[in-house]
Each structure stands twice: as C-alpha cells, then as structure tokens.
Design a protein around this ligand. Structure first.
Ligand SMILES: [Mn+2]
Length: 401
C-alpha cells in the first residue's frame, strides 16, 4: 500500500437501499458502502494515511482496515501524488477476463498475460476497435480457464478442430485494460500503454495484447526488453504509410517502428493485398512482403526463409488479414484474404518454429450481426500463437536433452 491516499474526485455517489453505491468514472469499478463507510472515505478529502485513519477510528480496526483495502482496490481511494492529487491507475481490471483467467498478480506472474488496449482514435476507416477487447474477451468465454481439482494445474482448452487440448499446464492471467481517459493526447495514452507492457514483461510473462487500432502496436513493441528482434506481421495492408508528413496512425505504424526502433531487424508482412496507385512503397531492406498470391503459392517454407532463427520475434495480427467473409467487423476490410484455418496454421507454425516474445491482435470491432465471427477468429488465432510458442519451447527443450 502507498503512504497516503486521497478520495477519487471523479466518483459518482448514488443512493442504494440503506447505503450508497460509488461509481468510479472511467475505471469500470463500483463499490457499495454504508453511511458510516462513506463517512470514513470523506476523511480522505485531503491526503491521509490509512494508519492515521485507524488511529482516529479505533473501534473495529480489522473491519476498518479491510474496508479501506477494498476502497483502494475499487479506486474509490487513489494513491496521493506529490501535489496531493489522486493518481489514477495505468490499467484497470475487467470482467469477464480472457478465458475467465485470474487477474494478473505480479507476485505470481503467469506464462501468458492478456492486456486490452481499447484505443481507436488513430483509425482512417470505420472506427470501433476500442470495443475489440470486450468483443474478444466475450468470445473467449466459450472456453474457461480451469484448474485440475487434484493437481491444481491448468487443465488447458480443448480445440475440437485440432482434436486436442492446448495450453495444458500453462498459466494465464488477465491484466485488464490500459486506462485511457477520454480526450487525453495520444502521446500520453501511448506512454501509459508502454509503461504497462513494461511492467508485464519485467515480470517475465509473455504479453498477449488485444487492440485497439494498429497504431497501438508501436506503443507495445517499443516497451519490449529484447535488444534486437523482428516482427511477424499479418495484415491486408502494409501499414507503411508516410510517417514524415503524418503523425503516427494505424496506416503508418510500421514506418514509425522502422524509423524509431533501429534494433527492429526484420519486418515480415504476410497476407498483403488490394490495389493502390504507383509502385511499392519501401526501400527498407528489413522489410519482406508476402502478398496473398505468394502466401498461397509458396506457403510457410518461403516465409520461414526470411526469418533468421537466431532472432526473437513479436507477432502482430491485424484481423483484416482474414477475408471479410469471415471477419467483417474491422475498420478497413479488403476482399481476398486468408481463411481462418490458414491463419491459425501459419500463426501456429511460425510461433512454434521461432522464439516469440509477444503478440497482439488488433482492429477487431464490435460484432455487426449474429453471424459475425470476427472476434472468434481473433480468439482462435491468439490460442494458435500461444499453443505454437508452448509446443516450440517443449520441442527445443527435448532436442537439447
Ligand atoms: Mn494494420
């Protein structure tokens, strides 16, 4: 716990039965309190330490201290900053979590940690990717992360298409969503995204990020600790638009990555299509492009040849790489994309055969109708990447032994 706390000044107080409900605006959190508890909280209008409060209300110390902890967990009380201001959290817990996994606990870091980035202010087409984390987590509810009742180890998730259970024994957690207040400058939002990703990777977990428009990938990859790495990029578009005229947006994110992060040694783009004016756009030798025709003609082997084995990789999946017949809820759909099973296979095999340090799936919008499978495709491809990582690690360990 911090030294001093202050009452969250943006909370709403609603009468609720005998007591009150506190709603913490923008933090997806609420707390039911009695009149006495509300009175306790009002003592924190100026920064106050919980122990000083316990001195002043000594009647039932353990109940009071438990309540104060709950108020901190619900963000009704915020840690006080140097000027007495309440410090809002960088990330907020969500319900449901991905696959019903437990909330991220830095003291017990999981193998994989999910993080939502509900941000779509840098999109050129139809907006809506801010609802991606909700849509994907809701689809993920079809499968539940459970522990074996005897061994207390994760039971994994059964994939009927593969006819086997994936992620058996593999720990998962959900770090919630990056807190992105309305109207904030994108630079500040991205600084927070990078800080949160840094916090997660410092714990040793592999981050699985759910966007958000594609510009968030820049904020994620710049926070990765690897000294050098490559990026495996599934997308209908190159996202290599001009970054000198325009600020960072979802159509130039990889120009910004290549310009600013010279230690990104490779960018291998898979699934490109669509017609644009003029010729190809980049002279950067780090970029290797696989258009849809070549993906179908030459397949996995040709892609692997462009991915040196000694380099770690980040996987960035724009859901619009999948044909809009299967994944229509995305901002800039292009016909002629991958089938879902093709994306699953490619993502799985690339993750299995290379060292993967993180992954995102971006540009998933809210579902357009009952037959919309966009977020389910996102869930399946994320599972494929995680399964590929786990199998690849197991195979490499076995080869060493
Ligand atoms: Mn993209």
């Amino acid at each position: 716990m911090a030294e001093r706390y202050v009452l969250n000044e943006s909370l709403e107080i609603v009468e609720h039965g005998e007591g009150f409900e506190l709603r913490m605006s923008g933090l997806a959190s609420s707390l039911r309190v009695t009149r006495y508890q509300l009175n306790l909280l009002q003592q924190f209008v100026t920064p106050t330490s919980p122990s000083a409060m316990l001195e002043r209300f000594p009647y039932d110390r353990s109940a009071t201290s438990q309540f104060l902890e709950a108020a901190v967990a619900a963000f009704a009380l915020l840690p006080a900053g140097p000027n007495g201001e309440g410090l809002r959290p960088n990330r907020v817990p969500v319900r449901p979590t991905m696959f019903g996994a437990p909330c991220f606990d830095p003291a017990a870091p999981p193998a994989f940690v999910f993080l939502g980035v509900p941000f779509d202010r840098n999109t050129s087409g139809r907006a809506g990717a801010r609802f991606g984390p909700v849509a994907v987590r809701n689809s993920g509810e079809a499968a539940h992360y459970q522990l074996d009742p005897k061994k207390l180890t994760p039971m994994g998730i059964h994939d009927h298409a593969r006819g086997r259970t994936v992620l058996e024994g593999v720990t998962l957690a959900d770090a919630g969503d990056v807190s992105l207040p309305m109207g904030e400058a994108p630079e500040l939002a991205f600084a927070r995204v990078s800080e949160v990703v840094g916090e997660l990777v410092d714990c040793g977990s592999i981050p699985i990020v759910i966007g958000g428009d594609h510009s968030v990938t820049y904020a994620v990859v710049r926070a990765l600790p690897a000294e050098r790495f490559g990026i495996i990029h599934f997308d209908a578009h190159t996202d290599l638009g001009d970054s000198r005229v325009d600020k960072l947006h979802h159509g130039n994110v990889f120009s910004v990555v290549l310009d600013k992060l010279e230690y990104v040694e490779r960018l291998v783009q898979i699934g490109l299509r669509g017609i644009v004016e003029g010729s190809a756009h980049t002279q950067d030798e780090r970029v290797h492009a696989f258009g849809m025709d070549q993906v179908r003609r030459d397949g996995l082997g040709a892609i692997l040849e462009t991915l040196p084995e000694d380099l770690p990789y980040y996987v960035s999946i724009d859901i619009d790489v999948v044909d809009p017949a299967f994944a229509p809820s995305t901002g800039t759909p292009v016909v002629g994309g991958l089938f879902p099973h093709e994306l699953k296979d490619l993502a799985h095999e690339l993750a299995r055969k290379r060292d993967i340090i993180g992954c995102d799936v971006v540009e998933v919008g809210p579902e357009l109708g009952p037959a919309d499978g966009t977020s389910s495709v996102a869930v399946e491809v994320v599972l494929s990447v995680m399964d590929g990582i786990v199998r690849g690690l197991a195979e490499r360990l076995e080869a060493k032994a």
